[in-house]
Design a binder for this molecule. Structure first.
Ligand code: ASP
Ligand code: MG
Length: 407
C-alpha cells in the first residue's frame, strides 16, 4: 500500500518523540508499504517564530512571515530523516518547494494548485521513505508560501490525493474522533468511522481535530483519512465517503457544540422586500461571519430577524445593527452574548423521522429552554443559554445512546 502519514507538532515535539515517530514510520515500511511522511514544526516553534516577528514589526509582511514560519517544518524534516537513517531506514527530506507543491501567491493563506508527484514516486520506487515539510509550498515566482495555521493536514491530504495513496493517516495527540468532547462527557466514545460530511459538521462546530480545509480536500478527492494517536496503538477513526460504509453507520454520530456565540435580533422590522439585505449587507461588509439566521413574521406585519455571530464580533455587530435598525424603521435591537450552540450530527437523520422530537424531548426533560432551532440534512442545531450547555450535551449523549457501541 502507499500510505501518507502526517505527524503534528506535539508528535514531533522533542528528539525522543522524533525517534518514536521514526520507529513507527520504519515499522510501516517494514510491513511492505511505501511511506510518505508529512511533518509539522515541533510544538511551539511556529508560535515562537511568530512572536519574534511581532517584536520587530506590528504588521510583518506576509511574504517574510512565510519565509520565517516555513523554517519550523524544514527543521523537522531534516531531523526525522536523520532519525530514520540512524535506524537503517532509507529516507529523504524535501521542502514544499522541492517537491513543487505549487500554490497561489496568497502569502500566509496560500492554496495548493498542483503537485509534481514524479520525484516522490521515483524515490518511493527506490525504497526510500519520503519526508515532506507540511504547511508550505512555492508560488510560480519561487516565493515560499504557507497554507494557514494547521496547514500540514492539508499538505498531507493533497499529497495523498496527488499520489493516489491508499490512505492518509493523521497522527495526533488524540486517538480519534469522539462522539463529543470527552472533557464534557466522560464516557464519550471514539468513533470507528464517520463520513466526510459529518466530520465537516463536527469540525466546523467546534470538535477541532483536523484542519477543516483538509477534510474538504479529502472529500473532494475521496482520500480515506484516518485520525490516530502518535502515542498509543489503535485503529483510530476512519473518515470516508458515505457509500462505502452506509450500512454500518449509526443514526447519530456525535454532538458538536460551540460556547462562543452571541445572538442578535432586530425586532419589528417592516415586512417589505430588501430588509434582510439591509441587515446582512453591512454585517458582511464588516467581515463578520454570521452563523444561524432565523426570521419570523409577526402578527402586526413586522418581522423579527435573529442571527448569531461569534462572541468576539458581538460588539461590532450590535453597533452596526443600531444604526441599521434606525434607518429601516425597526422597533429596536436585542443582544445576548451568553448563548451557546449544540448540534446533533448524523447522516442517519436523512432516512429517519423523529430525531428532532427525540432531541427536543431530551432537552425538555432537563428544563432547557430552546431559543433558536435550525436544521440541515444531517444536523439539528439549537441555541440555548450558555450555562446550560454542558447539561444539554450530556442529556443528548444519553438520549441517543452515544456511549454505546453501535452494532
Ligand atoms: N506549524 C504550522 C502551525 O502550527 C502548521 C501545522 O502544524 O500544521 O500551524
Ligand atoms: Mg498542527
Amino acid at each position: 500500500m502507499l500510505i501518507v502519514q502526517k505527524y503534528g507538532g506535539t508528535s514531533v515535539g522533542s528528539i525522543d518523540k522524533i525517534q518514536a515517530v521514526a520507529n513507527k514510520v520504519a515499522a510501516c515500511r517494514a510491513q511492505g508499504n511505501q511511506v510518505v511522511v508529512v511533518v509539522s514544526a515541533m510544538s511551539g516553534v511556529t508560535n515562537n517564530l511568530t512572536a519574534m516577528a511581532f517584536e520587530l514589526q506590528k504588521e510583518p509582511s506576509p511574504r517574510e512571515m512565510d519565509m520565517l514560519l516555513s523554517t519550523g517544518e524544514q527543521t523537522t524534516i531534516a531531523l526525522l530523516s536523520m532519525a530514520l537513517q540512524s535506524i537503517g531506514c532509507p529516507a529523504r527530506s524535501y521542502t514544499g518547494g522541492q517537491v513543487r507543491i505549487l500554490t497561489d501567491s496568497a502569502h500566509t493563506k496560500a492554496r495548493i494548485q498542483d503537485i509534481d508527484e514524479e520525484k516522490i514516486l521515483n524515490d518511493l520506487d527506490q525504497g526510500e521513505v519520503v519526508v515532506v515539510a507540511g504547511f508550505q509550498g512555492v508560488d510560480e515566482k519561487g516565493n515560499i508560501t504557507t497554507l494557514g495555521r494547521g496547514g500540514s493536514d492539508t499538505t498531507a491530504v493533497a499529497l495523498a490525493a496527488a499520489l493516489k495513496a491508499d490512505e492518509c493517516q493523521i497522527y495526533t495527540d488524540v486517538d480519534g474522533v469522539y462522539t463529543t468532547d470527552p472533557r464534557v462527557v466522560e464516557n464519550a466514545r471514539r468513533l470507528d468511522r464517520i463520513t466526510f460530511e459529518e466530520m465537516l459538521e463536527m469540525a466546523s462546530l467546534g470538535a477541532k481535530v483536523l484542519q477543516i480545509r483538509s477534510v474538504e480536500f479529502a472529500s473532494k478527492y475521496n482520500v480515506p483519512l484516518r485520525v490516530l494517536s502518535s502515542f498509543e496503538d489503535g485503529p483510530g477513526t476512519l473518515i470516508g465517503s458515505e457509500d462505502e460504509s452506509m450500512m454500518e453507520m449509526p443514526l447519530i454520530s456525535g454532538i458538536a457544540f460551540t460556547r462562543d456565540e452571541a445572538k442578535l435580533s432586530v425586532v419589528g422590522v417592516p415586512d417589505v422586500p430588501g430588509m434582510a439585505y439591509k441587515v446582512f449587507g453591512p454585517i458582511s461588509d464588516a467581515n463578520i461571519e454570521v452563523d444561524v439566521i432565523v426570521q419570523n413574521i409577526g402578527a402586526d406585519n413586522t418581522n423579527d430577524i435573529t442571527f448569531t455571530v461569534q462572541k468576539k464580533d458581538a460588539d461590532a455587530a450590535s453597533k452596526l445593527l443600531e444604526s441599521i435598525a434606525n434607518d429601516m424603521g425597526a422597533r429596536g435591537i436585542e443582544v445576548d452574548d451568553k448563548v451557546s450552540k449544540v448540534s446533533l450530527v448524523g447522516v442517519g437523520m436523512r432516512s429517519h423521522a423523529g430525531i428532532a422530537s427525540r432531541m427536543f424531548e431530551a432537552l425538555s426533560q432537563e428544563s432547557i429552554n430552546i431559543q433558536l432551532i435550525t436544521t440541515s440534512e444531517i444536523k439539528i442545531s439549537v441555541i440555548i443559554e450558555e450555562k446550560l450547555l454542558e447539561s444539554a450535551v450530556r442529556a443528548l449523549h444519553v438520549a441517543f445512546e452515544l456511549d454505546q457501541q453501535s452494532e
